[in-house]
Structure formats: structure tokens, C-alpha cells
Design a protein around this ligand. Structure first.
Ligand SMILES: Cc1cc2nc3c(=O)[nH]c(=O)nc-3n(C[C@H](O)[C@H](O)[C@H](O)COP(=O)(O)OP(=O)(O)OC[C@H]3O[C@@H](n4cnc5c(N)ncnc54)[C@H](O)[C@@H]3O)c2cc1C
Length: 472
């Protein structure tokens, strides 16, 4: 059990990191701002916040926590809704002062410091006519999203975010800085691609940059709840594009204007408008409530969902795995269930279920054993985003959300597949150390355990999914 940090220790640490990090004491305005997360759920009060200015600052802080047996957490974009980036009284490393993004046109790659957000990456990349596979919400952190696998609109074309990671720099539990890639420290490079948080702190990522000279066709098109069956048929028909150029998200929600059920489609096509319109014809021929789809910069497409997930209040993201294709009648049933709940509990009215309509073929092209990320399969990912304010309602709201997860699991079973429970960006993480690693990482579990035993035997990085050897 690691302990909280005491004042004298903070003062010692401050002296040690003087040139390389900024120290924020509990109670200061900066401390309050930095330790405030996207959601109040999973948020704890650290004993001190350390903002490293460079890898040296990270390394000194990690060493100090290890030597003094102090609880340690790391945060980047602050968007996880578990407590994996929080510590109660320990040291919180906040990476937000390390968000530099540097383009290398000669190697078609982009170096990104471990505290950057996707908007930082997209902005710089677009200035050079480039794009990186990243998330669909611009204020999410590069650190957390990448280390859990990561997918976005460019995934059908180029694969997961980790499949586009060329190298990284990692501060390890023994506080050394390691350069990792397919050729240098390949074990650690393997582990950070899917289980990064359990291995160390990534201070820099190097991503493959793809040419993106032209705008993309994207936007949100909303349909009334009554047309859900035809919307889902149209999305099923548009799921796969031979060049992986198309992606969509189906969002089941309440209309902010009328308060009745709507099904919205976030649409994306990496190509010219006529080709995009041809690909999504079936959907575009349907009547809709609103449509702001147009040609825009890739960086702007990466922020179109930001307004529906503003920071603040209580939020919980619950992941679901969906059948591919989805059965429209099941989605209609989900929409009806969600509408009933959100109407009867107005505090939840901004909650929604988003289903990523992203063809997983490119994800499945990489063998599961090639990276620690275990969740490569022919299913769709979804996320139930619960948003509310009243802490008294935590229990019933979370239990309702888990009910939706169960419905989706049953649907998967009825289609002849067992839900895997394996970790991916929204699914499967547990802070309960009773969960056998094989249930989280499947065939990659043993290799990960060996790496953990070798590099982090005292389990300093234990926040996300504590890994332990099964006894007997
Ligand atoms: C609104 C919203 C939209 C999302 N959209 C997508 C999406 O499009 N695609 C997708 O794949 N996922 C998406 N996600 C899921 C997202 O990938 C995870 O929630 C992710 O963990 C968030 O990362 P973060 O850095 O913002 O969060 P944080 O809470 O800061 O960190 C999450 C975890 O990563 C660790 N971590 C962060 N940075 C580092 C680092 N540099 N080194 C070591 N450990 C680090 C933290 O310790 C913590 O365990 C979304 C989530 C939300 C809430």
C-alpha cells in the first residue's frame, strides 16, 4: 500500500525538481484548476500536483514517489472517468506543460509530448497538410487515448492510433528514460501499445503522419427517432468503403430543442464531396431534422462533437461492444429505452449512446500478438456517455447504465458471439485486482505479466488495471 505525501516531502521534492517541474500545493488556485477533471466521477484530491517541464522532471518525480513509497498518478487530458489518473493524497503528475508538437516532413512523422491534447496535434499537423490518426473529440488527451489503443475517423483507412505509433520515450518505474520502438526496447514498445499506463510515463510519442492536403466531408445529420430503423439500415450499408475513407457515429439521444428522441449521424469521408455523397446516398436521401455536413479541415472534423461533451458535472463513460452490422430493431429498442429514462430523469438529459460505425478491417489486419492491445475483432465499439449533476443520483444512474451494457452483451450473445470483456478504449478496464489479467488482455496477458515482473516488480504504475499472477 502506498502512502499520501506529507508537507516536508513536498518541500524536498520541490527542491529536487526546481528547474524541471512546477509544484502546485493543495489549496492553491492552480492546484484546484489542474486537479479538476472532465468529470467529477473518479476524481480524488492529490497531496500535490507536479507539472513536469521535461522528461527529467517526470523522471525525478517518479524516482521520488518510488523511493518514498508514495502513491502516484499521471494525467494528460483528464477524460477518463475511472480513478486511474487520480490519487488520494499522493503525487499527481500533470503532463499539461508538455504539449509540444513537432513535424518532421522528411520522415513523415510527428513528435508529440505526453501531455498534448488531440486539438494540439490536429492544429499543427494541418498547418503542414498532414493528419495523424487520433480521437474524435479534440479535448481528449493524446496520452490516455493512445496508450489504450485509440481509434478515430481515420482508423478505417490507417488502423488504430497505436498502429501508427513509430516510437516513444518512456520514463520507467526505475526512473530511467527509455527510447522505445520496434528496434529499441521492443518489449516496452509492445507493452505501451495497449497497456501503456501499467508500464511507465510516456513523455513523447512519435506518430506516422499521413498526407492530408484536402479538406474532408463531415458534419452531423440528425433524424427523428421514428426513422431510426431506416437510419440504421442506411448506416449499415455505408459501413465499409473499399479505401477505408468513410466513418460514422450513430448517436442515440434526446433533441435539445424538442426533448424527444433523435438519432444523429456524425458523418466523415476523407475525399471529395461527390464521392462522399455517393457513399452515403441511402442516408442522404432520407428526410432529416438538421444537417451541417460540409467540406471542412480535418482538424475541424476532429472537434465537431466537442459541444456535446463539455467538461464539468458528473459523467461516466460505459463502453459497449456491438454486433457488426447492428440489428436496426435492437437499436430502435435501445433508443426507446434511452428516451424513457432521459425523459423521466431530466438531470440525465444530456446523456447519449454513441456507436462508432467504423469498419474494423484495418484493425484486424494487425495480428493480436503484435501489440499488447487485445481487442481486435469484427465488432463495433460504442460508448454510453452518462452526464448528470446530482451526486445523490450516482447509484441509480450508474446501475441504469450497466443495464444498457447488459442489453448490448445479450444482443451480442444472441448473434452468436461471446462478449470478450477485453480492454479497449472504453471497455474492460478494472481497478479491481481480482480480475485475472487473461480476462483483460487475453492471449497477451502472460507476456505483459513477464514485462511487469521485470520492469515494475513493485507495481508503481498500478492505477489502471492492476496486473497480478494467478495463484495456484
Ligand atoms: C468525450 C470523450 C471522447 C472520447 N473519444 C474517444 C475516441 O474518439 N477514440 C478513442 O479511442 N477513445 C476515446 N475516448 C476514450 C479515451 O481514449 C479515454 O478516456 C482516455 O483514457 C482519455 O485520455 P486522457 O489523457 O484524456 O485522460 P486521463 O484521465 O488524463 O488519462 C487516462 C489514463 O491514461 C494515463 N495517462 C495519460 N497520459 C499518460 C502518459 N503520458 N503516460 C502514461 N500514462 C498516461 C493516466 O494515468 C490514466 O490512467 C473518449 C473519451 C471521452 C470522455
Amino acid at each position: 500500500m502506498r502512502s499520501a505525501i506529507i508537507l516536508a516531502q513536498i518541500q524536498t521534492l520541490e527542491t529536487q525538481v526546481k528547474q524541471d517541474a512546477i509544484v502546485f500545493y493543495a489549496g492553491s488556485e492552480e492546484y484546484k484548476g489542474i486537479s479538476k477533471r472532465w468529470s467529477a466521477i473518479g476524481s480524488e484530491d492529490p497531496g500535490v500536483v507536479i507539472c513536469p517541464l521535461n522528461a527529467g522532471g517526470v523522471s525525478m518525480t517518479v524516482g521520488f514517489a518510488r523511493e518514498n513509497n508514495i502513491d502516484l498518478a499521471v494525467q494528460c487530458g483528464r477524460h477518463s472517468t475511472d480513478s486511474s489518473a487520480s490519487t488520494d493524497g499522493g503525487i499527481l503528475i500533470d503532463m499539461s506543460y508538455m504539449k509540444q508538437v513537432t513535424v518532421n516532413k522528411n520522415t513523415s512523422s510527428i513528435r508529440v509530448q505526453g501531455g498534448a491534447l488531440w486539438r494540439d496535434v490536429n492544429e499543427v499537423a494541418s498547418q503542414h497538410g498532414l493528419a495523424v490518426v487520433g480521437g474524435t473529440v479534440s479535448q481528449v488527451g493524446v496520452g490516455g487515448l493512445t496508450l489504450r489503443g485509440g481509434n478515430g475517423y481515420l482508423t478505417p483507412e490507417y488502423g488504430l492510433v497505436i498502429d501508427n505509433l513509430l516510437s516513444a520515450t518512456v520514463v520507467m518505474p526505475d526512473d530511467t528514460e527509455l527510447a522505445v520502438s520496434a528496434h529499441e526496447n521492443p518489449d516496452i514498445f509492445w507493452a505501451i501499445r495497449g497497456a501503456g499506463q501499467t508500464v511507465g510515463v510516456v513523455t513523447e510519442f512519435e506518430f506516422k503522419a499521413h498526407p492530408q492536403p484536402d479538406p474532408v466531408w463531415s458534419g452531423i445529420r440528425s433524424h427523428s427517432g421514428e426513422s431510426v430503423l431506416s437510419v440504421m439500415c442506411a448506416l449499415n450499408s455505408a459501413l465499409a468503403h473499399p479505401g477505408g475513407k468513410a466513418a460514422a457515429q450513430a448517436v442515440l439521444a434526446l433533441s435539445p430543442d424538442t426533448g424527444s428522441a433523435i438519432v444523429s449521424a456524425g458523418l466523415f469521408f476523407n475525399g471529395p464531396e461527390d464521392a462522399a455523397r455517393e457513399h452515403f446516398t441511402q442516408l442522404l436521401e432520407m428526410e432529416c431534422l438538421s444537417d451541417d455536413v460540409s467540406m471542412r479541415e480535418y482538424a475541424d472534423a476532429g472537434s465537431m462533437l466537442d459541444p456535446v461533451v463539455p467538461p464539468g458535472g458528473r459523467k461516466k463513460v460505459l463502453g459497449v461492444q456491438m454486433t457488426l452490422p447492428m440489428r436496426p430493431e435492437f437499436v430502435a429498442f435501445l433508443l426507446e429505452t434511452i428516451e424513457r429514462q432521459l425523459v423521466s430523469e431530466p438531470d440525465m438529459k444530456q446523456s447519449f449512446l454513441a456507436i462508432d460505425y467504423m469498419d474494423p478491417s484495418s484493425i484486424c489486419r494487425v495480428p493480436v500478438e503484435d501489440t499488447a492491445f487485445p481487442s481486435r475483432g469484427d465488432f463495433l465499439n460504442g460508448a454510453l456517455i452518462l452526464q448528470w449533476n446530482d451526486p445523490e443520483k450516482d447509484k441509480p444512474i450508474l446501475s441504469w447504465g450497466e443495464g444498457i451494457q447488459k442489453l448490448c452483451e445479450n444482443e451480442l450473445r444472441q448473434s452468436g458471439r461471446e462478449p470478450t470483456g477485453l480492454v479497449s478504449n472504453f471497455v474492460g478496464y478494472t481497478q479491481d485486482n481480482q480480475t485475472p489479467p487473461v480476462d483483460m488482455f487475453g492471449i497477451n496477458a502472460q507476456r505483459l505479466l513477464n514485462i511487469k515482473a521485470k520492469y515494475d516488480p513493485d507495481d508503481l504504475f498500478n492505477k489502471l488495471n492492476p496486473l497480478y499472477e494467478e495463484k495456484g
